[in-house]
Design a binder for this molecule. Sequence first.
Ligand code: THU
Length: 159
Amino acid sequence: MSREKTIKYTEYPSADQLSREDIDLLTRAWNQTQNAYAPYSHFKVGACLSLEDGTTISGSNQENASYPAGLCAERVALFSAAGTHPGKKIIALAISAKNQTNDLLDPVFPCGFCLQVLVEMERKQQKPIRLIIGNPNTRVLVFDSGGDMMPFAFDAEQL
Ligand code: THU
């Protein structure tokens, strides 16, 4: 039997069409690219998430000469939230990135590891996390849930 899962998202031609709150979160994510430590890839990613009480927590990618030791911006922000505000639900996560020449024409999507972490956090908090993804020069994609981007995520219940 052939089945189909569709990926649902809303696309905005540019960030100024978003709600005030989403513009704010995405701007914070964009500003966070400045804090990336990316001497190897020269690819700077910024993330900013909001908690249910309105607190925002940011992260940027942090690389290392031992390449796999580095961490993506999304996981820096997600683990920081879990470590410093345990039990508080994450409402939304904005992601923005810039390459060395700042000429990205498309949003930069989270890698599979970050999606896996995001999906487990959604399950843990029993609430989806909205994703707002884009740069000042690109269209912006909004997903209602990280799970929408990774519909077949590995699940702890299968362990
Ligand atoms: N990176 C992120 O921070 N987030 C992503 O979603 C994709 C990739 C980082 C990891 C590495 O420092 C650099 O971008 C190039 O892969």
